[in-house]
Design a protein around this ligand. Sequence first.
Ligand SMILES: Nc1nc2c(c(=O)[nH]1)N[C@@H](CN(C=O)c1ccc(C(=O)N[C@@H](CCC(=O)O)C(=O)O)cc1)CN2
Length: 307
Amino acid sequence: MTSAASTGAVVLDGKAASAAIKAELTERVAALKAKGITPGIATVLVGADPASQLYVGMKHKQSVAIGMNSIQKSLPADSSQEQVEALIDELNADPTCHGYIVQLPLPKHLNTDAILERIDPAKDADGLHPTNLGRLVLNVNHPIETPLPCTPRGVIELLLRNDYDLKGKHVVVVGRGVTIGRSIPLLLTRRAINATVTLTHTGTQDLSEHLRRADVIVAAAGVKHIVKPEDVKPGAAVLDVGVTREDDPEGGKPKVFGDVDPRVAEVAGYLSPNPGGVGPMTVALLMTNVVEAAERQAAERQAAQAS
Ligand SMILES: Nc1nc2c(c(=O)[nH]1)N[C@@H](CN(C=O)c1ccc(C(=O)N[C@@H](CCC(=O)O)C(=O)O)cc1)CN2
């Protein structure tokens, strides 16, 4: 655990936590390989959005580094719904692929919901298939543990790996997107965690008042610096998840901003940097979801052989 030298806030270092997860996964992948199963992860990228290309590239590189088989599928931006769905069918049928994601956002002409719904729920590495989200709502983990959305899982893992106890804490989530805002309250309120959650969004009245009551803030609205230092209770844990890209008027690289004003470091007790906080955890938990899918397959194979 490190403190930001000038502020005293504990830095929730996502690079360090994800490195620890990847070291653990490397051993689990080796154990699967010893049983004749190489966990396979696939990504589907439609179009050439630079940020999506970066994220898909990171997923591929890190999966290979821990010994997984990585399959990268790309389609042009003007692909039809049928072409994307045909690729989904191909991955559903591919026995070397244990889990995969469709990189979001998709080009606007495509029906994202229909594409996500076509993914085999057992291979849904993002945990965004309606069956898996429904199982999360119902809190059912039998006969299998449902794949959970990666960023919410990453936020919680980042806190737990920094010995932050969420039990009884009041968490205010900002943002109502399905990848984080809508799903993280369901995880935080599980009995094993026992936090209490307020879900806010850009339409919330008196957002500052809600934020000031929070022990933990998860900022995932995608609005540059929506969380200001005066909104944060001294000592609170603040996790910066949102990303806003602004073009450089001078033609340089786009500038990247988080949802949290950097001056929050002067007030917060714990702060996840952005970059270097929740982003690396998302990738680590994605790989975890796929390794878990391969482990389930290994267990099923063993059970079939025993019977
Ligand atoms: N199908 C999905 N699409 C998207 C998801 C997702 O979980 N599933 N989340 C985001 C993008 N994302 C993963 O896909 C993602 C975002 C950021 C990072 C990350 O590690 N960022 C680095 C900074 C990288 C840089 O800009 O140089 C960091 O925070 O340190 C990983 C994954 C939207 N789409």
